[in-house]
Design a protein. Sequence first.
Length: 77
Amino acid sequence: MRLVADGTTPASRLVLVEDLETDDGHAFELSRPLFLAAGDRIDCEGDRLVVVRAGGERLMPAGDWATRCGLRSGRSR
């Protein structure tokens, strides 16, 4: 499922997320899986991933940016 991380586009349904991959070959690999509920929004603030719940609660899940070109190793952002 493609999720838009613009801070304004809500998730259309409940989804379990392990990582979020960008179009340019990077990914935010979460330390542990996260459930996004319908209405949750995703945004990036600097190097941090932010989840804004439909009720307004803000979460900053733990994880790291990684490069997906070749091996899944190395911090890239």
